[in-house]
Design a protein around this ligand. Structure first.
Ligand code: MTE
Ligand code: MO
Length: 318
């Protein structure tokens, strides 16, 4: 992957051009070059302007494991708003409009308000971070995300002394989100973290993957990624971030409280009532004879996060 060292402040809204416009522009440039109208000395960058590129400085905590192929990352998804099939988000989500987009920050904060997506993109320098991603369904991927710590946003909005939790609400658009016409979950999708989990430097406010803006099926234009928790804690296509004193009600916990706890830290010693969590299938390497991988405590991030849960019974607070 080319490492375009580029901070968000360099990403003007005008640079995030739809691919069609970019392709037309490139075709025009190529014709112009062929006709000798433009010197073909244009730096490679000039042709890349308008691409939906988004990459950053190399960030901390990156896993060195083999990355899951882009194709799998973008076609094997859980995004129930677009259906329960793994292939359905890639089919239906492209219709979702992600511009204009605003995220409301409210609740127990001193400087809440409405943040346009272009402002959020510029709030802090982008980082490239490769994280392991462990779904509660016992499969995993390794994904190169692009984003910055959620803590950057939290510090700017100044939570009050009463704020103990943060809730993330996903967009609800029954027009394009065909799955929300069915009562699969109590829509809109809501997830939540304890404030210290949300402030942890691993928790990423995420705008891209594989060096480009997030495809819609992966949660465009902005999602969270919390790599030591089961995937469902990482809410996609967020429109609201609410700081609360009480633990927020979250979609999966409300739907099946005995199966999906509020914490949902990856834990090979606490099985799901209907299956083991001791092992996982790594997407992209699952041949018939491929052995499953051992699931690691906190998905391998124990050194970073175990202290958040010191003294807690993780079987009780699963
Ligand atoms: N809004 C919303 N966010 C969601 C989901 C969802 O159904 N709706 N699914 C979750 C689950 S179960 C997983 S495993 C991850 C999948 O993220 P990915 O498709 O980018 O790999 O998104 C999570 N975030
Ligand atoms: Mo998941």
């Amino acid at each position: 992957m080319p490492m375009l060292i580029r901070t968000t402040s360099d990403v003007a809204p005008s640079q995030i051009t739809p691919k069609s416009v970019y392709l037309r522009r490139r075709a025009f440039l190529e014709r112009a070059i062929a006709m000798g109208l433009v010197l073909p000395l244009l730096p490679a960058q000039a042709l890349a302007v308008g691409a939906r590129k988004l990459s950053g400085r190399p960030g901390p905590f990156s896993a060195s494991e083999k990355q899951t192929p882009y194709k799998d990352v973008t076609t094997y998804n859980n995004f129930y708003e677009f259906g329960t099939g793994k292939d359905e988000p890639a089919i239906y989500a492209p219709k979702m409009k992600t511009r204009p987009w605003a995220v409301t920050v409210d609740g127990e904060v001193k400087r809440g308000g409405v943040f346009g997506i272009e402002d959020l993109l510029k709030l802090a320098p982008m980082q490239d971070r490769v994280y392991r991603h462990r779904c509660v369904e016992a499969w995993s991927m390794v994904i190169p995300w692009v984003g910055y710590p959620l803590a950057e946003l939290i510090k700017r909005v100044e939570p009050t002394g009463r704020a103990k939790y943060v809730a993330f609400t996903t967009k609800l658009d029954p027009e394009t989100m065909v799955g929300t016409r069915l009562p699969l979950l109590d829509w809109p999708y809501v997830e939540g973290l304890r404030l210290d989990e949300a402030m942890h430097p691993l928790t990423l406010l995420t705008f891209g993957l594989y060096g480009e803006l997030l495809p819609n099926q992966n949660g465009a234009p902005v999602r969270v990624v919390v790599p030591w928790k089961y995937g469902f804690k990482s809410a996609k296509s967020i429109v609201r971030v609410t700081f609360t004193e009480q633990q927020p009600k979250t979609a999966w916990n409300e739907a099946a409280p005995n199966e999906y706890g509020f914490y949902s830290n990856v834990n090979p010693n606490v099985d799901h009532p209907r299956w083991s969590q001791a092992r996982e299938r790594r997407i992209g390497e699952d041949g018939f004879f491929t052995p499953k991988r051992k699931t690691l405590m906190f998905n391998g991030y124990a050194n970073q996060v175990a202290e958040l849960y010191a003294g807690m019974d993780l079987k009780k607070f699963f």
